[in-house]
Design a protein around this ligand. Structure first.
Ligand code: HEC
Length: 164
């Protein structure tokens, strides 16, 4: 009984000390390990789910507020492919990072509106949209505005949908 009681006292004093940020006491090693493991579990369970949902809910900043997607329109996707080759391949590849991010799977990590706003308003996106801001920080190069129309951006989005 006495030993158990002592362990509890050590555990509590360690908890109090660690909340205060002090490191003076000498906590039993087992207590320290337990505390660390619990914290890691909490983070690992919550983080990915939240950020994935945030991404797909985020429509970005720019002219496109809402679009409806139907069945894939192959003719539209073909014209999107041509526009992509002319305007985007200087900086993007699908399967690997280049000047900009690899675009493979982009339609599964970004909403359609976000993708079109990134094409139509990259300058605004990198200063106002949290995801685009983070990408700019990571890639350290600005995406240039290719001066495309909304129809062009929509066609490129359709092409991206065929690459899902
Ligand atoms: C001058 C280089 C350049 C050109 C041209 C360019 N991009 Fe980008 N793109 C980037 C960079 C760099 C980023 C990362 C954000 C940033 O740093 O601005 C990016 C980000 C993106 C993203 C976000 C990717 C992700 O993982 O979320 C999409 C989508 C995108 N570009 C599509 C296009 C399309 C479509 C075109 C052609 C119309 C295009 N880009 C033309 C450089 C470019």
């Amino acid at each position: 009984m006495k030993i158990k009681h002592l362990t509890l006292v050590v555990a509590i004093s360690f908890a109090v000390v660690s909340c205060g940020g002090g490191e003076k006491s000498e906590p039993a090693t087992t207590n320290e390990t337990e505390t660390t493991v619990v914290e890691e579990e909490t983070v690992a369970e919550e983080a990915p789910e939240t950020s994935a949902n945030d991404n797909m809910d985020n429509k970005g900043v720019g002219p496109i507020s809402s679009i409806e997607l139907g069945e894939i329109d192959n003719a539209l996707a073909d014209s999107g492919k041509e526009l992509y080759k002319t305007n985007c391949t200087a900086c993007h590849k699908f399967g690997k990072r280049y000047i900009g991010p690899a675009l493979k799977g982009v339609t599964t990590r970004r909403s359609p509106e976000w993708i079109m706003n990134m094409i139509l308003n990259p300058d605004g996106m990198v200063v106002e949209d949290p995801i685009a801001m983070a990408l700019l920080a990571e890639y350290n190069a600005p995406m240039s505005n290719q001066q495309l129309s909304e129809e062009d951006a929509r066609a490129i989005l359709e092409f991206f949908r065929t690459k899902e």
